[in-house]
Design a protein around this ligand. Structure first.
Ligand code: COA
Length: 226
């Protein structure tokens, strides 16, 4: 089962004291943290790690098992995507997102996962044209109550999918096609869509934020035929 944890960053806007860092981060994570360029970046990165580690513990063990947080390691790969390791063993797929108010993490036992949290913001017609095809402009009213929240939800679904693909915004938003045909449907277009299939897509509207989560499978085209 896919698990998502939302962490309110209230009280997490100061840098953690060294004792908290020692209890929470592995040595390798501490190395990444120390290299981050600014205090705000350290704060959001740390909040993301807390959300990720809490989600991994919930997904993989009874919370009372009390694994030390520092043994649940979430390090960036070469592209910046988070990779989980538990006691040194590769863990399940994980994704992280943050805004000024929240950090969110998603863990999927199967396949690849992407999560995105966005603050609802007005989008100019030019931005809307950039993020949504003509067909998707008609979908916006059906997402998260429509209007600015709907446009934000559309963007969050696309970014979550691009994160699950591991490419982030290196790929254009048009790679991900969102439609509502009775139910929310997310599809991957172009060459990436040849072997990537969306298994689950999920949208949640939380006051002035929208959270999207997408789980996908990568099946090489040859294997799919066999
Ligand atoms: C990865 C990306 C989608 C993140 O989006 P964002 O709205 O800035 O930030 P979010 O809070 O939603 O997500 C950030 C998290 O995404 C994760 N992430 C980073 N690169 C990732 C990738 N290639 N694939 C999946 N997840 C990635 C990280 O966990 C990161 O948080 P952390 O570094 O604190 O652990 C985006 O920054 C990106 O694609 N960057 C690379 C391309 C780029 O810079 N393009 C320029 C703009 S067009």
């Amino acid at each position: 089962m896919t698990r998502i944890s939302l962490l309110a960053r209230t009280g997490l806007h100061d840098l953690p004291i060294p004792q908290v860092l020692d209890r929470t981060l592995s040595r390798a994570e501490r190395g990444v943290y120390e290299q981050l360029p600014s205090e705000p970046r350290k704060e959001e990165w740390f909040a993301g790690r807390l959300a990720a580690k809490a989600t991994l513990r919930r997904a993989l063990a009874h919370p009372a098992a009390g694994w030390p947080l520092s043994e649940v390691e979430v390090l960036p790969d070469a592209s910046g995507a988070p990779v989980a390791r538990l006691f040194g063993v590769q863990g399940p797929a994980i994704s992280i997102s943050h805004t000024g108010r929240y950090a969110v993490a998603a863990v999927a036992p199967l396949g690849y996962v992407g999560v995105d949290i966005e603050e609802v913001q007005p989008r100019t017609p030019a931005i809307l044209r950039h993020i949504a095809t003509d067909a998707e402009q008609h979908v916006i009213p059906m997402l998260a109550g429509g209007g600015d929240a709907g446009a934000t939800a559309l963007w969050a679904l696309k970014e979550a999918t691009l994160k699950a693909l591991g490419c982030g915004l290196h790929e254009p938003a048009s790679t991900v096609v969102v439609s509502v045909e009775g139910r929310l449907t997310v599809r991957i277009d172009g060459p990436l869509g040849a072997d990537a299939h969306v298994l689950q897509s999920w949208l949640h509207h939380l006051e002035d934020h929208v959270i999207a989560c997408v789980v996908l499978a990568r099946v090489p085209a040859a294997a799919a035929v066999a």
